[in-house]
Design a protein around this ligand. Sequence first.
Ligand SMILES: [Zn+2]
Length: 340
Amino acid sequence: MSTEGTPSKASAFVPTHPFDKRDGADAVLRSSDGADFYVHRLILSLASPVFETMFSLPQAETTPDLPVVDLSECAVVLEGTLRLIYPGACPNIETTDLLQEITEVLLKYDMQSTLPVVKLHLEKFHSTHPLAVYALAVRCGWNDLAMGAARESLKHTIRVPSHDAFQQLNGLSAAAYHSLLQYHFQCAQAVDSTTSSLKWFPYPAALENCACSVTFSYSGPATMPPRRVPRWFYQFLKDIAQSLSSSPALNVWDTSAASQALKEPKCDSRGQFDFHAFVTRQLPTQLNLQFDKVQLIDASPKFTFPIEAKHVFDYECPKYYNFNSVMDLSLKALAEIPGN
Ligand SMILES: [Zn+2]
């Protein structure tokens, strides 16, 4: 731990309220890019046993300068973290990348009581970044959020190589990724069985007798009698199965399969069948029932926080926390205490 008089390298980041005021502050956190945050030991100690231990170390001497703790986090991440733990200083977290980095800091400094706040912020990204939400939810052991994100991922083509998933899945274990892919694939199989077997659907008998009807071949139980369906509807079932094979929870009404089926003008069967209701209500309801049955294997790590406060004194810890200056000071202080 150096003191305030030690200059930081010039930082482009200027901390704002409440971290810009020296008055009342009793420590400085210096980011890796040189920004100084004036902080209060009491608040940090309440939020983090790591900081609590650090600030309880005997001080070598009293000086008018505030002690400076050099941290390995950049200013943006540090500010977001501090705003999560400070009262009345709500952070504006606009990207999942930043939320992911802040979460790593919270885990690193054992700020368990602040993690639920991250969950609230994470839920904002549920529909726009389901993979990032899944990755972070698994990391933190929030199975309900992981399940919701996996379900949301069914609207996306995450199993195709071109999907831009790399950044969102940063830090996710191979087991958790495999679990997600397996869930996605099993839901795609549920789409296939639903669209290739209409046994769940109260099908109007009049449709079987349209002049264009063809025999619909079931892939389901052999005991099902063959059914005849209009040619356009047969084609729709094949097309929608194809469309949903890579993104099982795509909005069926928005697919080219649905719009193509709507272009079929010359068929008696259209008057017998409410295609809009089938596409917007009956089929999605049946698909959701099938998705409900698919299990997402819990691949969250059997979570333990990476380090306990007492390990601050362990040999490897200063390197991990980048607290070399703290250790130097504390060892010097310990040496000055009689009997040590
Ligand atoms: Zn017809």
